[in-house]
Design a protein around this ligand. Sequence first.
Ligand code: ADP
Length: 424
Amino acid sequence: MTQPLLLGCIADDFTGATDLANNLVRAGMRAVQTIGVPKAPIEDVDAVVVALKSRTIPAQEAVAQSLDALRWLREQGCRQIYFKVCSTFDSTPAGNIGPVAQALADALGADFVCVTPAFPENGRTVYQGHLFVGSVLLSDSGMRHHPLTPMTDANLVRVLQAQCPQSRVGLVPHEVVARGPEAIGERIAALRSQGVRFGIVDAVGNQDLMALGRAIADAPLVVAGSGVAIALPANHGLSPSCDAARLPPGEGASAVVSGSCSSATQEQVREFIGRGLPAFEVDALRVGAGGDVAAEALRWADQHLGQKPLLVYSTASPEAVKAVQQSLGGTRAGELVERTLADIAAGLVRRGVRRLVVAGGETSGAAVQALGVRQLRIGPQIDPGVPWCHAQAEACGGAGLHLALKSGNFGTPDFLTKAFDLLP
Ligand code: ADP
């Protein structure tokens, strides 16, 4: 029989889900990320992170999807639920964090819920309820201009209160957190007795997150960025070890597909080509003119597939990208290139590639869709924020494939070759 899950997580977007799962694995939990709500139980795992795409959809839909995920997680025996939200609290007064947190708390009968997007390792700290991004208040950071979720108020007590008019929101200030788990517990009890249901928790360093993690060991619900994840495995007697990150051995051909044009990726592509490894450039203008560039790339790949990685890339300089966008239109250019690279990724896997690195956030999303990936077991970290995963994917039948999804500016210059050296 499958063991009950120790922790059930609901993430409001895909990369946030990976970030959370990566932190859980680093702290000793075996974690699987699923794309949407799974249909069946998952074996040999401590935590499941259900990735939704609910950050900016209408609140009612976000609530319905989150409750669906909650139902499945509870069926798997989870006693604690982690609602993962953005570390910059990407959510305006009309946003979804409050309504979803409220609905989950109601469903779980949770009368008090700690809320904190703090992740000091990544420069996200909360002090007196105010969220800082690096050294500046959230409302002074670039997030104030975010196209979908502009953040003009850094006071999270106020932001969350505006989203949850039916509940009271309070604060667990740093002076309390710094005194440790017992003090946090006392503050929670005091707030609860005053009828406060949500408490924004200050945290400016890892020790604060560790204290909070101990204080909420028995809480049915926590609402947080990925930071609190570093503290929860210890509540189950788990500690950092390589075991949690163990994946099946890698076999089959290796490939990289890159649609990221970020400067780190440009350097990584240059480095890969500089090593004399095989590389095929996808010409975005030819894609726009209707050429079947995916078929050409796959014919080329047939000559080069093997243990050594090959690279198919559309990565280009800002000037080249601008020229393509002027010719095709920005949105259309992006979509056409994403679709072409996704078709190439799926074609490579059908040809036997079982170790695949995809560079680019949007490009990864398109590739995951084309590959029919339903779930990812999170493995060892290649560079901060980018783990190897083992994916169950329709494109390769039951055996699965190793996949690393790298968003634009992540990774050292030798990432595209180093990644393959890190797989057994
Ligand atoms: P990153 O994570 O670096 O932002 P993304 O994959 O999220 O990378 O975004 C890159 C976008 O640029 C995608 O929409 C991709 O299709 C598009 N793109 C990639 N190469 C080119 C190119 N040569 N010309 C125009 N657009 C491109």
